[in-house]
Ligand binder design. Structure first.
Ligand code: ADP
Length: 189
């Protein structure tokens, strides 16, 4: 299966993606992790990406799409892939469509993990990543509204969007996601 996780910062995409990749035995592709790794490795791309993510802005589509395309071309992605935090703009979604079409791999499911805004601040305050301070989180939420939320409609029109309530314990959220996955695997149920 090829699955996309979309949701505001702090929605639990990373936590749920870890669980789901083990459950389904597919590759987990987190653009946030990949960009932070590139930054730690000190590459030019990493430096460029950091100048955006450190202030809560989305990294330019071209940069992110390049990183994803390279990763997607590796053999381990052939059997399935879980995209965590990508696409985040309609342009990225269009690029992903093109990449997948090229390789004859359809996208099966987009899971939108939804949480109220108040909860975003509470959750990120306790996580403590360098880009989790109030000003940056505000900026990231603004970017989410302006650029990422329109993706829901993009995928809804295609009939592959499923909304999942992201509140409650990680176990509860994972149960909801598993239900959606099973329904996608067996649409008759
Ligand atoms: P969160 O979901 O909590 O914002 P991520 O690790 O997914 O955390 O992303 C961290 C940062 O990395 C984002 O704020 C953004 O700057 C950058 N980033 C990650 N994925 C993308 C993407 N697909 N497009 C643009 N920027 C991205």
């Amino acid at each position: 299966m090829r699955i996309v996780f979309v949701g505001p910062p702090g929605a639990g995409k990373g936590t749920q993606a870890q669980r789901l990749k083990d459950y389904l035995g597919i590759v987990h592709l987190s653009t946030g992790d990949m960009l932070r790794e590139a930054h730690q490795a000190g590459t030019d791309l990493g430096r460029e990406a950091a100048s955006y993510f450190q202030v809560g802005k989305l990294v330019p589509d071209k940069v992110v799409v390049g990183v994803v395309a390279e990763r997607l071309s590796k053999a381990d992605c052939a059997d399935g892939c879980l995209f965590d935090g990508f696409p985040r703009t309609v342009a990225q979604a269009e690029s992903l469509d093109a990449m997948l079409a090229n390789q004859g791999m359809p996208l099966d499911l987009v899971v939108a993990i939804e949480i109220p805004h108040e909860e975003v601040y509470q959750r990120l305050a306790s996580r403590g990543r360098p880009d989790d301070n109030v000003a940056t989180v505000q900026q990231r939420l603004g970017q989410f509204h302006a650029l990422t939320e329109p993706l829901a409609e993009y995928y809804e029109r295609r009939g592959i969007l499923r909304r999942v309530d992201g509140t409650g314990s990680p176990e509860q959220v994972f149960e909801r996601i598993k239900r959606v996955i099973e329904l996608t695997k067996q649409p008759s149920n």
